[in-house]
Design a protein around this ligand. Sequence first.
Ligand SMILES: [Zn+2]
Length: 425
Amino acid sequence: MTPYLIRNVSVVGAAPTDLLIRDGVVAETGSGLTAPDAGVIDGTGLVALPGLVDLHTHLREPGREDAETVESGSRAAALGGYTAVCAMANTSPVADTAGVVEQVWRLGREAGLVDVQPIGAVTVGLAGERLAELGAMADSAARVRIFSDDGHCVADPKLMRRALEYVKAFDGIIAQHAEEPRLTEGAQMHEGEVSTRLGLTGWPAVAEEAIIARDVLLAEHVGSRLHVCHVSTAGSVEVLRQAKARGVRVTAEVTPHHLLLTDAKAETYDPVYKVNPPLRTDTDIAALRAALAEGVIDIVATDHAPHAVEDKECEWAYARPGMLGLETALSIALDVLGPEWDLIAERMSRTPARIAGLDSHGVDPAPGVPANLTLVDPAARRVIEPADLASRSRNTPYARMTLPGRIVATFLRGEPTVLDGKAVK
Ligand SMILES: [Zn+2]
């Protein structure tokens, strides 16, 4: 394993230092380090962050390898500065058995670009009718700790309660896609002024808020851990704020796109902006940004949702919801939060690693720590060209936008997965 000496790099915004990576760990830090056998990276002007951790990635394998594979999604993740991703269960077949979660986990190991931690389905086939084999998935080689029917809401309160009770035994988490399905039948976009003007059926904010309110009460009653996926409304923030103030064991995520883009994008009728939950309003964005800074929302998660061309480049009503996210998330965070490195490390690495129980991730580079880290050039600006993305899909809402920041290098256990901004393998 080649050692690497990164000279003159700022670790999470601190004064520049040298970092020596050897045998999978950060071996040494300090100024004027030497290591004749090491590859040297000039870190001047760069910031080292603990490798980013995504709690919400759709890798599409097994089943839709035309849209993404574990390998292509892992490469996209590494290029985005990630060292670990949690893979959502809505594959085909659904990841609702030990066999499927082990398959995804093994494919992640084979790709070797990021740690792929499978999320198991809560219900068989995501059908919302009976609990999947949660215990068998937890006991499998994939050691599943987070369960989610993401894409669908676990709408039945009795089933949600039982799921929370079941995972309590091993301190597991139910990650909810909060959408009351009766309130969003036929929904095409956020319910508001723009949907009225366009004559499209709306997805009301209350459909999200009602489920979060119910679920925090259930989690409180059971004493279990709840995670709320892709929070998108100001009202949801208030529900979470109250729940956290009462000590409910709830964590929450927001996506980069919900921090930046509004429902006005629907006026273009370009399905690249169709996503679930939908893009909301400026008022929601302001509330989400404040909640993220405060900690009412714990983390940024991408909801990276690759789709093949035929599922996305069609009429709005027929397009599948979802956007790419892994290769642009850090840039959007920089754009939205500014160079608040400690906050970025907290919301995109340390806290998601802690929620997922990924102990070797989310730790700031320091002597003895596993060398899972990424180097960012905050001064760089780049134009997003969909054709340049490592994802097999092209559905980025940031095409041809100029975004701040560039990932220069990423290391997984001391091995570079990205060097000079390019994937190593
Ligand atoms: Zn979802």
